[in-house]
Design a protein around this ligand. Structure first.
Ligand SMILES: Nc1ncnc2c1ncn2[C@@H]1O[C@H](COP(=O)(O)OP(=O)(O)OP(=O)(O)O)[C@@H](O)[C@H]1O
Ligand SMILES: [Mg+2]
Length: 210
């Protein structure tokens, strides 16, 4: 058994996952623990090649099962190469999106059978479950507004495939995340992500007792 701690951040586009993951990593690092900050898709060299395919607007015509399996391929490599070794070494692993994202986006959002997603997630994660999952909850319109301002800055503009989805898709994803959280109330900490960066970070530390 590992003595590490596995924390994941989840939520709709633009809710602040990447921002809060970075702030939390700095905070925990300052307390003297080793932190591995990583993300999905794209937490490994192989995964970064998969991420390019997944998030490129040119992949618009991707079959939903192809998309699903690419996410699992990315995850399997990430768990084996990065997450499991870091946890075994006692690190705090902070992961920007993980298995619940596939359940929310491909399961609740795209309508793929939830049991199938759960079974494949078990394969991809090798049975690994986060200790703490921070669900940054925000109205879809506010998250998309933030993401679009960010993408307007230029360098992340190519990563906008999901941002092109209709609002109702994102609403299904948001409600999906809340449903998953309500089934696993020990693991999930639902955080109101509509405040300032500092307010959200404070809520995270309080709710997760970090
Ligand atoms: N609390 C906040 N208030 C206002 N703007 C914020 C807040 N948190 C983050 N932002 C800004 O909103 C944009 C989206 O934040 P961020 O990239 O952290 O979200 P994300 O959840 O990682 O998005 P994605 O799902 O696209 O990866 C960024 O430009 C970020 O600087
Ligand atoms: Mg992000």
């Amino acid at each position: 058994m590992s003595n590490g701690l596995f924390i994941t951040l989840e939520g709709v586009e633009g809710c602040g996952k990447t921002t809060q993951a970075r702030l939390l990593a700095e905070y925990i690092q300052n307390s003297g623990r080793r932190v591995v900050l990583t993300r999905e898709p794209g937490g490994t060299a192989i995964g970064r090649r998969i991420r390019e395919i997944l998030l490129d607007p040119a992949s618009k015509g991707i079959d939903s099962r192809t998309e699903l399996l690419l996410y699992f391929a990315d995850r399997a490599q990430h768990v084996a190469e990065v997450i499991e070794p870091a946890l075994a070494d006692g690190a705090v692993v902070i992961c920007d999106r993980f298995a619940d994202a596939t359940t929310a986006y491909q399961g609740f959002g795209r309508g793929i059978d939830l049991e199938l997603v759960a079974d494949l997630n078990d394969v991809a994660t090798n049975g690994l479950t986060p200790d703490i999952t921070l669900l940054l909850d925000i109205p879809v319109a506010e998250g998309l507004r933030r993401a679009r301002i960010r993408n307007g800055d230029g360098n992340q503009a190519r990563e906008g495939r999901f941002e092109e989805e209709p609002d109702e898709f994102h609403e299904k994803v948001r409600q999906g995340y809340l449903t998953i959280a309500s089934c696993e109330t020990e693991r999930f900490k639902v955080i109101d992500a509509s405040g300032t960066e500092e307010e959200v970070q404070t809520a995270i530390r309080e709710k997760a007792a970090l």
